[in-house]
Structures are given as structure tokens and as C-alpha cells.
Design a protein around this ligand. Sequence first.
Ligand SMILES: [Zn+2]
Length: 78
Amino acid sequence: MSTSVLDENVVYLAYDRWVCGRLDCAGWHAARTGRTTSGYRLTKVTGADVEAWMREFDEPLSCECGAISLDNPQAIVQ
Ligand SMILES: [Zn+2]
């Protein structure tokens, strides 16, 4: 029925927030189109993102629903 273009196990940057591919986290529009409702194309989190986040906030980078939290930049495979 609905086909998501996002991976549930991946964290994406959706303009100014981190979401995973789950429908209730990324939202229907992003899951279907890979873009936010304002047209921003979601990009996969990178190891550098996680590293920068942890350096700045001293905590794992997690998506909005909390299903995924990343604390190992080396583990991010692009
Ligand atoms: Zn999530």
C-alpha cells in the first residue's frame, strides 16, 4: 500500500531535525517522497555529523522518536 523510500534503521537530517525512517518519526510525506513538506531533501546522517553532535552536546545523536540513537561515528556506513 504505502512504500517508504526511507530506511527505518537509518537516521536522516530533515532540514533542522533528526528523524528515522519510521512513519511516525519522519512523517508520511517524507517517507513517501524523501523530502520534507517544505521540499528539503532528507540526507543520511554521516559519521562526521555524529562526531560533531557528540562534541557539541556530549550525548548520543538520536532521532525524534528516540528509536535510534547513535554514539559511534565509526559505525556509520555511508
Ligand atoms: Zn525515529
